[in-house]
Design a protein around this ligand. Sequence first.
Ligand code: FES
Ligand SMILES: [Fe+2]
Length: 281
Amino acid sequence: MSDFAMEPLVHDAWYIGAWSHELDEGPIARRILGEDVVLFRSGDGTAAALEDRCSHRGVKLSLGAAVEQGLQCGYHGLVFDGSGACVVNPGERTSPTFCVRAFPVVERQHFVWIWMGDPALADTGLIVDFAWHDRTDEWNFHYARYDIAANYMFMIDNLMDLTHLGYVHTSTIGGHPGEHDDAELTTTRTARGARYVRWMMESTPPPSFVKVAGFEGKVDRWQEFEYVAPASVLQWGGGHDSGTGGRENREKPGGMAVRLFHHATPADDENFHYFFWRLYT
Ligand code: FES
Ligand SMILES: [Fe+2]
């Protein structure tokens, strides 16, 4: 165990359990907030999540198979539906005592969201909306998931503090640390977190800006980040040729823009699953 004390993990919140497409190949095992969970799709296509432990002899349910009625344990064939009820018990009568714990799940915008806390508090209105995820026909996109050995708040800290840009990302979106020192930063509180907008006026376009948009002179460049507690960060960044009104109208044609959705689902205190989705012009 680390001797670095972190805040306790937040249980009453929605977290991303998986990409939707991850369930297409069968059940998957994932550790979330210190618990072993199996995520799967029932025969009717509905996503569900159960404790990854059969109530019969304790075998991991993720070793079983998704079947029409739910998830079938790979040992003696018990089947559990998405509510955790045992609906098939080969050779015997099913018993309510054979149930396993189920977690509220909502599939939305290509993600399977899971609530690990008190089910009575699982308000789906709290799921973070990122409307750009419904517009993949308009934007190029790239997505990934990484399992990272660190407390998830280190990722939030990294994303909400861009003073590292000048030193870390020198071959892509960074470099010229002195120009980052001069960035104008406006920070505001939001209902569930904080947002900042960072402007770098008449700055040197970083290598990836030059590569993507072909900038030849200085750029007016912005980074807008919003933290939505406990685990999401929404990002909008880009730039336009200096002196062309980009600050007044960031969405004007030309230049470049990128939108990212970051989410850090704690596996436990010292590990997290990093989901990100990047859309760019
Ligand atoms: S251990 Fe799962 S059915 Fe026996
Ligand atoms: Fe970075």
